[in-house]
Design a protein around this ligand. Structure first.
Ligand code: AP5
Ligand code: MG
Length: 215
């Protein structure tokens, strides 16, 4: 299965993607995560990406598309993959079409997580992540057993630099302007499956699993 997962910042793409990855054995490709790893390692790519991400701006295509092409061609994607956070613009979608054509494969579905605007800012500002293993938490809804410490690996949790109210509003407006139009692009190909992203994480995943099981 080859899937895209879409939705505004804080919709729960990463949260659902982890569950889909585990249950359907797909490679999870998150461009945001790839950039954050490069930032942590302070590679030239990471340093450049950081200057855009910290402001909530999109990283230029000249950096992003090559990274995705290289990643999709890796062996662990042979069994299928789930793209999270890419494509984010029509030009990225056209580039993805070219890569898929070269590899003679196609996208099976676009999972679109639909959430109330009011939930997004709250989810993002309260998010905490483990810098070591990537596990995600929320200060109100998904608390670790020990305050500020990752349940999985015991590392101190951190807040993403772009998870503040001001940057979130910029990310949301970029989503509305540049990424939302992609839904029409994929709707024309009859690929979009809307999933209600409000409510319990496991209940949302059950709905996702049902639709994926029927593909
Ligand atoms: P990226 O990392 O993709 O961030 P995003 O799209 O803004 O989305 P988020 O990761 O913030 O939210 P999410 O939907 O994954 O939500 P999550 O599951 O974590 O991109 C970051 C930046 O990188 C971009 O701004 C850009 O600069 C750059 N970038 C990335 N890709 C790019 C590209 N293709 N082109 C150019 N630039 C690119 O959940 C959020 C919180 O809510 C968590 O705390 C979670 O625990 C909680 N939560 C989740 N589900 C629920 C629920 N059902 N109920 C209650 N809480 C919930
Ligand atoms: Mg995410």
């Amino acid at each position: 299965m080859r899937l895209l997962i879409m939705g505004p910042p804080g919709a729960g793409k990463g949260t659902q993607a982890s569950l889909i990855k585990e249950n359907f054995n797909l490679a999870h490709i998150s461009t945001g995560e790839m950039f954050r790893e490069a930032m942590n390692e302070k590679t030239p790519l990471g340093i450049e990406a950081k200057s855009y991400m910290d402001k909530g701006e999109l990283v230029p295509d000249s950096i992003t598309v090559g990274l995705v092409k290289e990643r999709i061609s890796k062996e662990d994607c042979n069994n299928g993959f789930l793209l999270d956070g890419f494509p984010r613009t029509i030009s990225q979608a056209k580039f993805l079409d070219e890569i898929l054509k070269e590899l003679d494969i196609a996208i099976d579905a676009v999972i679109n997580i639909v959430v109330d605007k009011s939930a997004m800012v709250n989810r993002i500002v309260g998010r905490r992540i483990c810098p070591k293993c990537g596990a995600g938490y929320h200060i109100d809804t998904i608390k670790p057993k020990k305050d500020g410490i990752c349940d999985v690996c015991g590392t101190a949790l951190i807040q993403r630099k772009d998870d503040n109210e001001e940057t979130v509003l910029n990310r949301l407006s970029i989503y509305e302007e540049k990424t939302k139009p992609l839904l029409d692009y994929y709707q024309e190909q009859d690929l979009v499956i809307d999933i209600d992203g409000m409510g319990d994480i496991q209940d949302i995943f059950k709905n996702v699993a049902n639709v994926l099981g029927a593909l």
